[in-house]
Design a protein around this ligand. Sequence first.
Ligand code: SAM
Length: 278
Amino acid sequence: MTGVLYVVATPIGNLDDWSPRAVATLKAVKVIAAEDTRHSGRLMQHFDIGTPLFALHDHNEGARAEGLVARLAAGEDVALISDAGTPLISDPGYRLVAAVQAAGLQVVPVPGACAAIAALSAAGLPSDRFIFEGFLPAKANARRERLAALAQEPRTLIFYEAPHRIAECLADMADELGPERRVTLAREITKTFETIRQLPLGEMRDWVAADANQQRGESVLVLEGAPERAGAADWTEADRVLGILMAELAPRQAAALAAQITGLKKNALYERALAAKG
Ligand code: SAM
């Protein structure tokens, strides 16, 4: 019998969010690999979990993975946790999980809190398709370059940001993506000073800059995607609708109604209507 690697999410603030299954799993395994044993030790004490912890972080993960795979192969169950939330999500663990998968051993997730998903669920922005960008680069030039590269991304974007960079990050977003794009700041999720607020980027930049409290604690930014560019098929349909409307209406009225019907921009439709009229 080989062992199982359990990837166990921990709370991101409110300890009541932790599931009985997560606690039972950590009590049952032979050993827990934790990002920071002192930090996780306090959580273990609170939940009366006596399983030994050992450190697995970015700097030793590669070296430790081999030993852990050997323990699993020898039949020991192992759990992986990070400081908060779901391991591997902007946290260590990928190399270990990859090594365990490569060895043909079993990996079982024990799901729970994840700040990105909690923020998205309360952000009020489209959630049918989204991308997780993790942390933007710390250096201003690299951050702006990354934002410029993402400017046309139509899906909702989720970013993690450190408290001391949240104000400059919002300023760069407003500069690179325009002040009108909507963004939701989800700060201190599940904690006492939880704040979830949606504003256009320019207003969010000014609000956070003016209120030092909004620069404290942990934050997720959920950003509206770029407007979808109309494809050829959309314009073919728009021309058909415009043609019908222009038989009865002036170009300006026809364009306004066509914009409502197709969701395309009124000005662009008006130009098309004028061109069609010759
Ligand atoms: N693995 C974690 C997860 O599942 O969310 C994320 C770890 S990452 C090192 C830490 C970042 O997550 C913070 O800088 C912040 O952006 C976000 N975060 C974690 N807890 C949060 C909370 N309670 N409220 C808002 N953001 C949080």
